[in-house]
Design a protein around this ligand. Structure first.
Ligand SMILES: NC(=O)c1ccc[n+]([C@@H]2O[C@H](COP(=O)([O-])OP(=O)(O)OC[C@H]3O[C@@H](n4cnc5c(N)ncnc54)[C@H](OP(=O)(O)O)[C@@H]3O)[C@@H](O)[C@H]2O)c1
Length: 220
């Protein structure tokens, strides 16, 4: 598949490594420009590009940048993507440590992924947001392995969600459906599932135990 990755940090870099190893055609972007991604390109065979180019003709686009950087993404980012593109959002809102207060999230009580959808003008599938970046490299297991980790996945577009769950399976993880984007608070920071390294049953239980109240440490 042609996959665009926007953000080449901890998560974007490791997804670039794994997805190229699986044989996907990966186009990767950061904020400073393709010339700063030569090393990652050499290591993985991914093509360094601008954010617009990463999305162009992509069947899957992964947005993996600090939440505060989402408004800086080019407008019409997804206009040139393949029809039916699935957009993965890995992002977490850290108002106190990194992102600053985002009024729309705080005042309307919306999930950060809903807010991201509004900014980029496209539906998203929330995945990997509670996964340690290093685990993307260290924890893949074949289907059926007793210690295979399950990742929660939320989104409103069922076809896109199916596509993303299949990709995550290829990457070596099970998935559990969290529900729609309005339900994605169940996998946001500080919930029981956030950072949980466990299989499907435990992840399902943790999602059910989540509280919709955003904890004080994660409010701006
Ligand atoms: N680290 C983790 O283990 C982890 C786990 C799960 C979820 N997350 C979430 O996933 C997101 C990414 O985390 P991370 O740790 O990978 O972040 P990171 O290491 O800080 O990397 C962020 C990347 O985003 C790029 N970027 C920033 N603004 C951009 C823009 N306008 N256009 C294109 N690229 C831009 C940066 O490029 P430059 O370097 O050129 O500025 C950098 O490559 C965050 O929302 C984070 O909360 C992280």
């Amino acid at each position: 598949m042609r996959i665009g990755i926007i953000g080449a940090g901890n998560i974007g870099g490791n997804l670039t490594r794994r997805l190229t190893a699986l044989g996907h055609d990966v186009f990767v972007a950061n904020s400073r420009g393709p010339h700063t991604l030569k090393e990652l390109a050499q290591e993985t065979g991914a093509t360094p590009v601008t954010a617009e180019e990463a999305a162009r003709d992509a069947e899957i686009v992964i947005v993996t940048v600090p939440v505060k950087a989402v408004p800086n993404l080019p407008s019409g980012l997804l206009d040139g993507a393949a029809e039916g593109v699935a957009v993965i959002d890995t992002n977490n809102y850290y108002p106190q440590q990194r992102d600053g207060r985002i009024d729309e999230i705080e005042d309307e009580g919306i999930t950060e992924s809903r807010w991201t959808e509004r900014r980029i003008g496209h539906s998203v599938i929330k995945a990997f947001n509670g996964t340690y970046a290093q685990d993307i490299l260290d924890r893949p297991r074949p289907a059926g392995a007793p210690d295979r980790v399950a990742l929660p996945v939320a989104g409103d577009d069922e076809a896109a969600k199916t596509k993303v769950r299949a990709l995550i399976d290829q990457l070596g993880f099970d998935t559990v459906d969290t529900g729609g984007i309005d339900d994605s608070w169940r996998q946001q920071p500080d919930t029981p599932v956030y950072g949980l390294r466990a299989g499907t049953a435990e992840v399902t239980k943790a999602l059910a135990e989540a509280s919709p109240d955003r904890p004080a440490a994660f409010r701006g």
